[in-house]
Design a protein around this ligand. Structure first.
Ligand SMILES: [Zn+2]
Length: 197
């Protein structure tokens, strides 16, 4: 503990980031201080800006810096396809693969009787509104292959029965696997080979 209080405070905060422990946080902070002009100052500025502007897209639940995210504002993405994911990280994983050209809907979790998470907590009413509102013709259920993910997928499918074509990602998404952990090629293959739900 040779660093002073302000620097220790920064290390403690950094250590709370996913994937960083106290050791790597200490190394990262030391690196940042040594690269003050190149890294530390721009990073502090970028963080301040995001802290001031980041919010949930009112339409899809993506993280954005305006009330409606870039994807929802882009008319070229209004191709009738709506991909339903659990988490923003899953949306970002799909975007990284670059294969999906439609829009998204982020549920923000899965249905869980145990944790008292019902449809209202999951942005499901908003999803149902978007189907006629945005002339959606196909809903792709890209939920994780966990029990909760699949229970949620079946609930949504029941609500949308007869209104739209319902598909789900093909095999290739590992059991219990989260989209975020899949490589881009696997996501692309799973989307291209999607099947009727
Ligand atoms: Zn959006």
């Amino acid at each position: 503990m040779s660093a002073n209080r302000e620097i220790e405070n920064l290390i403690e905060l950094m250590a709370k980031l996913p994937g960083l422990g106290p050791r790597s946080a200490r190394r990262a902070v030391l690196h940042l201080i040594r690269k003050r002009a190149l890294l530390l100052t721009p990073l502090a500025d970028a963080m301040q800006e995001v802290a001031a502007t980041a919010r949930e897209c009112l339409n899809c639940g993506n993280v954005a810096t305006s009330d409606i995210c870039d994807i929802c504002q882009d008319n070229r993405r209004a191709n009738g396809e709506l991909c339903v994911v659990e988490d923003v990280a899953d949306l970002w994983a799909m975007e990284r693969s670059g294969v999906f050209k439609g829009r998204y809907h982020v549920l923000g979790g899965t249905l869980s009787a145990l944790d008292a998470v019902g449809p209202e907590e999951l942005r499901i009413p908003k999803l149902l509104d978007r189907i006629p509102g945005e002339h959606v013709t196909e809903v792709i259920l890209a939920l994780n292959a966990t029990v909760e993910g699949q229970t949620t997928a079946h609930y949504i499918a029941d609500q949308l029965e007869g209104q739209v074509k319902l598909t789900s990602l093909a095999q290739g998404v590992p059991i219990g696997g989260e989209l975020d952990y899949l490589d881009d090629g696997t996501i692309s293959a799973a989307l291209r080979a999607r099947k009727e739900f």
